[in-house]
Design a binder for this molecule. Structure first.
Ligand code: 0GY
Length: 315
């Protein structure tokens, strides 16, 4: 495990302690079904080519498209959905460059501002962007007024894009009315970040499940066990059943909404402290949350293909 914190200088002291991504991921024991999509991952920089945004709250390590595609092949994925991360602000150049280099095997989720031009939206669409991301996690972004987000939502709806939303579980109640007003499919990152020390059938997660139940246009990513887990990865004893405390949450959401869930690695795992996951081990988490082959097919192939490559036959 890489446990050396990246040296950080300048005004971005907050990033101190973020680990570099895992150098040498193990080969998963679980064989991904053919055509599986890693529906949540990022590229960072390289900073010398694609500078990070001045307003960023952390400075990541470089994580290039070549490294992402190598990981894709190592783990056995066929495709990626590359999500714009806050450290690149609304400059989507690194993500778009990765899409254009992917031979059609990557689609993207962008960040745009209200004043984005029609020509820019068209250019992003042609590159493979199919959604925008609204981030409400206070440690990651400055506040954006809701009327600005609504204006963006109205602009992108005409392209058939969806909206990825990232928020903390305790903030859902104040966001629900706003989410309900958005004229697009919504995809919630990381199951709305439940506190996994609370019961899976307790009021907090029930609120999230009810939200999904009430709004048929709401999907979610059953992702980031490494981010949500308190019990953490297994000790280095060869055991591969990691992040057990997250399993009941992910399993419940997948079983209740099998045709509205996605899964992704979240590579290169920005802002993690304490440990950096072995991405091979993350793949072995999948059969614990989606034990049946039909659930795995929906989670890893049918659902992401429907959202990101709907034009492909049989989707
Ligand atoms: C994630 C999670 C995080 C970071 C970002 O855009 C981002 O910077 O999403 C986080 O720090 O929780 O999904 O990558």
């Amino acid at each position: 495990m890489n446990d050396v914190a990246r040296p950080v200088s300048g005004p971005f002291e907050k990033t101190k302690g973020w680990l570099d991504w895992f150098d040498n991921p193990s080969r998963p024991r679980f064989k991904l079904p053919q055509g599986a999509v890693d529906a949540h991952c990022h590229v960072f920089g390289p900073g010398a080519e694609f500078p990070f945004a001045p307003e960023r709250k952390y400075t990541p390590c470089d994580a290039s498209k070549a490294q992402l595609f190598a990981l894709r092949d190592h783990l056995g994925f066929a495709r990626n959905v590359i999500v714009q991360a806050t450290c690149h602000g609304a400059d989507n150049s690194a993500m778009v460059d990765a899409l254009l280099s992917s031979g059609g095997r990557a689609r993207g989720v962008a960040t745009v501002r209200r004043d984005v031009t029609d020509a820019e939206l068209k250019r992003l669409h042609q590159a493979g962007v199919r959604g925008v991301r609204f981030n409400f996690v206070k440690r990651l972004v400055d506040f954006t007024p809701k009327d600005e987000l609504l204006a963006i939502a109205e602009r992108i709806a005409e392209h058939g894009w969806h909206i990825v939303v990232y928020f903390e579980a305790q903030d859902l109640p104040e966001l629900i009315d706003f989410f309900a007003a958005l004229p697009a499919t919504l995809v919630v990152d990381h199951m709305g970040r439940p506190d996994v020390t609370k019961p899976v059938d307790g009021p907090e997660f029930a609120r999230f499940l009810k939200f999904m139940d009430d709004y048929e246009n709401v999907w979610c990513k059953a992702t980031c066990p490494e981010r949500l887990s308190v019990s953490g990865p297994p000790a280095l004893n060869g055991e591969r059943n990691a992040y057990r405390d997250v399993v009941p949450f992910a399993r419940k959401v997948i079983e209740e909404f099998p045709d509205r869930v996605l899964w992704g690695t979240d590579w290169p795992h920005p802002n993690l402290k304490g440990h950096m996951p072995d991405d091979g081990l993350l793949i072995d988490f999948i059969p614990h949350i989606a034990p049946a082959a039909d659930l795995q097919e929906l989670l890893l192939i049918d659902n992401p293909m429907r959202l990101y490559w709907p034009e492909e036959k049989g989707v």
